[in-house]
Design a protein. Structure first.
Length: 221
């Protein structure tokens, strides 16, 4: 039963919880509850999500393991990370506060991006294909942007069009819908996507839809 217990601590929600707590510790004006709120918000929209009640129960499990004989089975370095994340508090208090905050957010409307700004790590979770398209936006291989973007979509053709190309188009469109003001979009996403702008994202959507129409017979009408 405990052969693979290390996966509970090194992957998924628990690892992400420690990551965001450590980020909050080193980022001015960020606090623990804000980062937990962002984490829950991302869980509700991301493919790696699990129900918030389950996430809170997982945090409780970590606390129970720390108080049991299974403590010796914890992965190397985990307790050190946990201590740093707790920032001087008893680690079980830190875990209890985290679980309580998650339960409080379960079933309520999590603040939108206008109330609580999207953090750079949230953007990296939300727009991975846009971030990975960096080369085709920044390359000087072609003189014009539309030629660069067209080449980028051609590089995915045909095997990755159904997965990566459609995801790229969807993520670019989502960013435009979430942040319709070009200045807000730029200020929110530029730390994670330095080249980002409303005009470039619109071109990605346009060129991507043209690619799907011309080479896959998928019409947007």
């Amino acid at each position: 039963m405990t052969t693979y217990i290390g996966a509970v601590f090194n992957n998924g929600f628990v690892s992400r919880l420690l990551d965001v707590s450590l980020d909050a510790n080193t980022t001015e004006n960020e606090d623990f509850e804000h980062e937990i709120t962002r984490l829950c918000r991302s869980m509700q929209r991301a493919s790696w999500a699990l129900p918030l009640a389950t996430a809170a129960g997982t945090v409780d499990l970590v606390a129970e393991v720390l108080a049991s004989s299974l403590r010796t089975r914890l992965p190397a370095g985990f307790e050190e990370r946990l201590t740093l994340a707790a920032r001087g508090r008893p680690v079980r208090e830190y875990l209890s506060d985290a679980a309580s905050t998650i339960r409080k957010l379960d079933g309520v409307t999590v603040p939108g991006y206008g109330e609580l700004a999207m953090a750079p790590w949230e953007a990296r979770l939300a727009f991975p294909e846009v971030i990975d398209f960096k080369y085709w936006v920044e390359t000087d291989e072609f003189e014009k942007l539309d030629a660069c973007l067209s080449a980028g979509f051609d590089s995915m053709h045909p095997g990755e069009c159904a997965s990566r190309a459609t995801a790229l188009i969807a993520q670019a469109q989502e960013a435009l819908l979430l942040f319709p003001d070009p200045d807000v979009l730029r200020s929110t996403l530029s730390q994670s996507i330095p080249w980002v702008s409303s005009s470039v994202l619109r071109e990605i959507v346009r060129m991507g839809n043209e690619h799907l129409t011309e080479l896959h017979g998928i019409s947007g009408r």
